[in-house]
Design a protein around this ligand. Structure first.
Ligand code: COA
Length: 218
């Protein structure tokens, strides 16, 4: 079957529920039994760190099949002070539409928009095997670790301006919105049709392996 053309456009409030459904579809059982990312998408839009200008959806035949949401984050610099950076997540593509380049397009298009807007860099947590294809390198390369001062393979960085991270050694700090309340997340999930939770599948095992790739920064 011929792939359908994909339209990329800014997310609007009218899309929120459809994006949350899509996010749940994409993340369900992927990193843990069930998922919290649809709840994260739900609360992100109300937080001050949310960047609506970079919230993009991919639409196929009138249906949202992909979404990327950005927030502002900081690198707490070893030298003192902080550098403002961007982070994205959730990044979601409907399972039926994965491996058609939609995830890559959502990253490339928003990175170009952010570069145009003068942003310094994007840092994210994700699978290095995927993000290496999209211009990301281990944040460790710039001396950047996690907030709790670890070098993690899952922490990935992409400069939007050449040299933007050259003197950015420090600790990456996401907005507090990422510290989800599990009870609130579970309550939100009950608004959706029930789905079976799966323990210990292949994706969850891979994720555990990636998470285990960590060592103290100093
Ligand atoms: C990750 C995700 C957004 C990629 O979207 P996509 O539209 O399928 O991405 P693209 O088509 O641009 O790229 C797909 C390629 O990346 C690969 N890929 C996807 N996820 C990967 C991962 N975690 N590790 C390594 N490779 C991965 C696919 O195998 C595919 O490669 P192939 O075509 O050579 O087989 C999508 O798989 C998804 O929604 N996953 C569930 C949610 C998630 O993990 N989001 C990212 C959180 S950090």
């Amino acid at each position: 079957m011929q792939p359908q053309p994909i339209l990329y456009r800014r997310e609007t409030p009218a899309d929120y529920r459809e994006v949350e459904n899509l996010t749940r579809e994409a993340f369900w059982n992927r990193y843990a039994p069930g998922c919290d990312e649809h709840y994260l998408a739900h609360i992100l839009r109300d937080c001050a760190a949310f960047v609506p200008e970079l919230a993009l959806v991919a639409v196929s035949q009138g249906r949202i099949v992909g979404s990327i949401l950005y927030t502002r984050a900081r690198i707490l610099l070893d030298a003192g002070g902080a550098l403002g950076v961007l982070t994205f997540g959730p990044l979601s593509v409907l399972p039926s539409h994965q491996r058609q380049g939609i995830g890559g397009q959502l990253i490339a298009r928003t990175a170009a928009m952010a570069r145009e807007a003068g942003e310094a860099a994007i840092l994210i947590y994700g699978d290095p095997a995927y993000y290496a294809r999209h211009g990301f390198v281990a944040a460790e390369r710039y001396g950047i670790g996690t907030r709790d001062d670890l070098y993690r393979a899952s922490l990935q960085a992409a400069e939007l301006r050449l040299g933007a991270l050259a003197n950015a050694a420090g600790r990456f700090a996401e907005d507090g919105v990422f510290d989800l309340d599990p009870a609130e997340s579970a309550a939100f999930d009950r608004l959706f049709p029930p789905r079976l939770k799966e323990e210990d599948n292949e994706f969850q095992r891979r994720f555990r392996d990636v998470l285990a790739m960590a060592r103290p920064r100093r």
